[in-house]
Write a protein that binds this ligand. Structure first.
Ligand code: ADP
Ligand code: MG
Length: 240
């Protein structure tokens, strides 16, 4: 579904991604783990075409989307990105936040979207909050609205960048439940995450990033129970 080949990215003279290769199959959940600064966010932003890469290929649906000059807009509709800070517009209700991009980008009216959007809110336990404003919602609820907003574009792949990091601990579970549900529904996902328990439970593949490289990858059992690399062991001993 997605194939990254030898991705390089520098900021100034600083090499942040140094030859990333990654294969993602349909329906897989890939977890990126690694210390702060190892390049997880940069990698997700590169796949979403928010920052152009310096070198390498990103194959998606038969095309190399890393080609310079390619229009990023159609790709971003199909590869969604959800951030740690959910960035809902405060003056718009949850439903309006969700309907904004499909309205602007796909020309779908509110009326045309309402039924489907209600269904999405119901599916993720927020049916009773659909017309509430962000400041009437908990952090966990706002993050779930942000996920629904990404889903409303009907993406093929969703990228999640540490989406539970800003949440109070008691709100993390409800957001992870949404990911669990998406996983069961067959959504293809790449997550940068510090939730090791969650990665162990649900990832098809865990990739350990170290200074802009995937130093080691494997199943959760391989990565958490028998990491091959000393650096991976060190990292895990700090976070587990
Ligand atoms: P992670 O998400 O794993 O914490 P990041 O991808 O955010 O890592 O960052 C990797 C490195 O790239 C860090 O050293 C960070 O300072 C640097 N970096 C990220 N984005 C930029 C940017 N826009 N300009 C300059 N340096 C950046
Ligand atoms: Mg990051």
């Amino acid at each position: 579904m997605l194939s990254l080949k030898n991705i390089h990215k520098s900021f100034g003279g600083h090499q942040v991604l140094r030859g990333i290769d990654l294969e993602v199959s349909k329906g897989e959940m890939i977890c990126l783990i690694g210390a702060s600064g190892s390049g997880k966010s940069t990698l997700l932003r590169a796949v979403n075409l928010l920052d152009p890469v310096d070198d390498g290929e990103i194959w998606f649906d038969g095309a190399d989307i890393a080609e310079p000059g390619l229009d990023p807009q159609p790709v971003r509709q199909r590869i969604g990105l959800v951030f740690q800070s959910y960035n809902l517009f405060p003056h718009m209700s949850a439903a309006e936040n969700v309907m904004l991009a499909p309205r602007r980008v796909k020309g779908l009216s509110r009326a045309a979207q309402r039924g489907r959007v209600e269904e999405l809110f119901e599916r993720f336990g927020l049916g009773h909050r659909i017309d509430h404003y962000p400041d009437q919602l908990s952090g966990g609820q706002q993050q779930r609205v942000a996920i629904i907003r990404a889903l409303a574009m009907q993406p093929d792949i969703l990228l999640f960048d540490e989406i539970t990091s800003a949440l109070d601990p008691e709100l993390v579970a409800e957001v992870l439940d949404v990911l669990r549900q998406l996983r069961a529904e067959g959504m293809t996902m790449i997550l940068a995450t510090h939730e090791m328990g969650f990665a162990r439970e649900l990832a098809d593949k865990v990739c350990f990033l170290d200074s802009g490289r995937i130093l080691e990858e494997g199943t959760p059992a391989q990565m958490f129970d028998a990491p091959a690399e000393e650096r991976t062991r060190q990292f895990l001993s700090q976070v587990l």
